[in-house]
Design a binder for this molecule. Structure first.
Ligand SMILES: *Cc1c(COP(=O)(O)O)cnc(C)c1O
Length: 370
């Protein structure tokens, strides 16, 4: 008998019965989109859960990032991380701006404020930092660089749902933050996301920008986009939200079991120790060092042969993709710490209902590779 494949993640769904009341409301009201009652409820519940005041739900985080840059009129250079999902840099290009890559901090794998500052030119207008794996950026350091140089600071908080830093919501940092509710993230609505604004006026401007720039029946004030979320997606979000604490607890338990079994293995470094207050156990990245018997890619392949699909997040680096690899900021030798991380990190499967027996198979291979 062969084992069923194990993927790096697997979404949780609410029981269908809990979807039905929402579906009945949609079918009887026939309001399907355009800031409908479920969307408004979802926004209010999310803002309250996350502890923020000014939140706009959007159809995905990629477009949320594009809107954030458009809102601030950013068309110059944006300093960003090469160690992220490709959407981060693509959003900068879609906004009509130019990504400039800076190296990461070797411990957090997030943008290092010093390397950011070294990349600033007269064309620089913004920093787009990523809380990779939900590990908080050096928000004070980045804010100081932004302030000193008159730059906007936007966070790609796609991984950071519910993360708190020093007791405060991480997504309240910076001039704007964008969370993703994609199926593979900690919290999902199939597809979706949210933009966190610093004040009411900014939220109103974002809400207009995401609805074609429409002010009222006869007034369109700017070239807006359509990044609205439908009532159907909002219904999923509403049914998921009451389960999120349970989901994060279950993720923590899986992360904890990995930690118990893997944290003492020579040459293997676990990047996200469990039990950090406010963390969301989005991923379980391990870094394969010199003392480990085989390379990261050999471990990846060995797991694959056993039907275990761990992922090399983030390899290749965004800066190595063909549309970015020619930029001056990506020249040979420029991003050594991001490059090392891209070569050495493997994310192990982690989702709330990963069976212990399956996790034990993964642990067995990672702790005794051959
Ligand atoms: C998933 C992800 C995105 C894109 O989110 P979508 O909601 O799928 O558009 C952006 N940045 C990072 C770091 C991500 O992991």
């Amino acid at each position: 008998m062969t084992n069923a494949p194990i993927f790096v993640t697997r979404p949780v769904l609410p029981p269908l019965s809990e979807m039905m009341p929402f579906l009945e409301r949609i079918w009887s009201s026939r309001i399907l989109s355009n800031n409908g009652p479920l969307l408004q409820q979802f926004e209010a519940n999310l803002a309250s859960y996350l502890g923020v005041q000014h939140l706009s739900v959007v159809c995905n985080a990629s477009l949320g990032l594009v809107l954030s840059l458009r809102h601030f009129g950013i068309t110059g250079e944006v300093i960003t991380s090469p160690f992220s999902f490709v959407a981060t840099a693509h959003a900068i290009r879609w906004a009509g701006a130019q990504p400039v890559f800076a190296d990461v901090d070797p411990n957090t794998l997030n943008l290092d404020p010093e390397t950011v500052e070294a990349q600033i030119t007269p064309q620089t207008q913004a920093i787009m930092a990523v809380h990779c794996y939900g590990i908080p950026c050096d928000t004070e350091g980045l804010a100081a660089v932004a302030r000193r140089n008159g730059l906007k600071l936007i966070y790609d908080a796609a991984h950071a749902f519910g993360v708190r830093k020093g007791g405060a919501p991480l997504v309240a940092e910076g001039d704007m933050s964008v969370i993703s509710f994609h199926a593979t993230k900690v919290f999902h609505s199939f597809e979706g996301g949210a933009i966190i604004s610093p004040d009411r006026q900014t939220k109103v401007a974002i809400d207009r920008l995401m609805n074609y720039g429409i002010v009222d029946e006869v007034t369109v004030s700017e070239v807006g986009l359509n990044t609205k979320m439908s009532e159907l997606h909002a219904a999923v979000g509403l049914a998921m939200l009451p389960r999120i604490d349970e989901i994060i607890d279950a993720r923590d338990r899986v992360a904890n079991r990995y930690w118990q079994s893997l944290s003492q293995i020579p040459g293997l470094h676990c990047l996200c120790p469990p039990g950090q207050p406010g963390h969301n156990s989005y991923a379980f990245p391990v870094r394969i060092g010199q003392d480990y018997p085989i390379s990261r890619d050999e471990l990846y392949t060995q797991l694959r042969l056993e039907g275990i699909f761990a992922r090399r997040y983030f390899h290749p680096l965004i800066s190595d993709l063909p549309m970015y690899s020619g930029l001056p900021s990506t020249a040979e030798g420029r991003l050594p710490r991001a490059r090392a991380a891209g070569d050495e990190i493997l994310c192990l499967p982690l989702y709330p209902d990963l069976a212990e027996a399956d996790q034990d198979r993964i642990i067995g291979i990672v702790s005794r590779p051959c």
